[in-house]
Design a protein around this ligand. Structure first.
Ligand code: NDP
Length: 259
């Protein structure tokens, strides 16, 4: 894709991912949308799922296509194995075998261990952990050797410095173990598996203004939220040719939240 014609806020100097096919879960808005834009900017054909944000997802696919890229917006609940398999089949039918899987879809349910409901606990594990297993298992038969699996974890896997985040932090810590084991399983196929662990990032999940945001800034070396495009840059690195030797890693990008 010619970056000069791209609408994206992020520009790249070369099409590092030309000829590659990517699949991003929860790509209609937030960090996922920035990842979709960036991978498309870097030359990949990008399919992405949404659950509820149909209008935003379609607008994003149209934006990429208008700029000369290849994109496909697909409705699929990341927690539903049949829907994920269907979406992956549509992706490879349209774009060919997969090279890059980004597990981005996630949920944040904050609440004290005294009040968090079992439903919220289960939903957190369903989406933040089980859905990663579902997508990886569905994607692997359709993925080229030498592929990339990238999960969006959280710095809260390593540091949970305020109350109410027990279930969320647990889910992102669980991803660390999953990534290490998957990296071992898939090494023989030269498929790398890594987590990107953002700190506070400006999305609907965690807006950069307000009292909660200010509290977070007080915990950080750089006293601001990341923009989603900054997280997408690290994902693009892991998806690209420079990162072929990085696997089983948890890469934190957090403005010094864990420093
Ligand atoms: P948002 O709440 O802004 O967006 C959530 C995204 O996930 C949407 O695209 C949404 O799609 C999708 N999604 C939610 N449930 C499902 C589902 N069941 N099936 C498919 N897609 C689903 O979150 P962010 O963009 O902020 O977060 C993205 C990831 O980054 C998450 O894994 C989150 O834990 C992680 N993260 C975020 C941080 C932050 O500060 N924002 C910090 C650290 C990690 P739809 O709208 O279509 O439902």
């Amino acid at each position: 894709m010619n970056t000069q014609t791209s609408n994206s806020q992020v520009s790249s100097t070369s099409a590092k991912l030309a000829g590659k096919t990517a699949f991003v879960t929860g790509g209609g808005r937030g960090i996922g949308a920035a990842i979709v834009r960036r991978l498309a900017d870097d030359g990949a054909a990008v399919a992405f799922t949404y659950r509820g944000s149909a209008d935003q997802a379609k607008a994003l696919a149209d934006e990429i296509k208008a700029a000369g890229g290849r994109a496909l917006a697909l409705q699929a609940d990341a927690a539903d194995p049949a829907a994920v398999v269907r979406a992956l089949a549509q992706t490879t039918d349209a774009f060919g075998p997969l090279d890059i899987l980004v597990n981005n879809a996630g949920v944040l349910a904050l609440g004290s261990i005294e009040t968090l409901t079992l439903e919220e606990f289960d939903r957190t594990l369903d989406l933040n952990v089980r859905a990663v297993f579902i997508a990886a298992q569905a994607a692997l038969p359709r993925m080229n050797d030498g592929g990339r699996i990238i999960n969006i974890g959280s710095v809260n896997a390593d540091r949970m410095p305020f109350p109410g985040g027990a279930a969320y932090a647990m889910s992102k810590s669980a991803l660390q173990g999953l990534v290490r084991g998957m990296a071992r399983d898939l090494g023989p196929r030269r498929i790398t598996v890594n987590n990107v662990q953002p700190g506070p990032t400006n999305t609907d999940m965690n807006p950069e203004t307000g009292e909660f945001a200010q509290m977070l800034h007080g915990l950080m070396a750089l006293q601001r939220h990341a923009q989603p495009e900054e997280i997408a840059g690290m994902v693009a690195y892991l998806a690209g040719p420079d990162a072929g030797f990085v696997t089983g890693a948890n890469l934190t990008i957090d403005g010094g939240f864990a420093a």
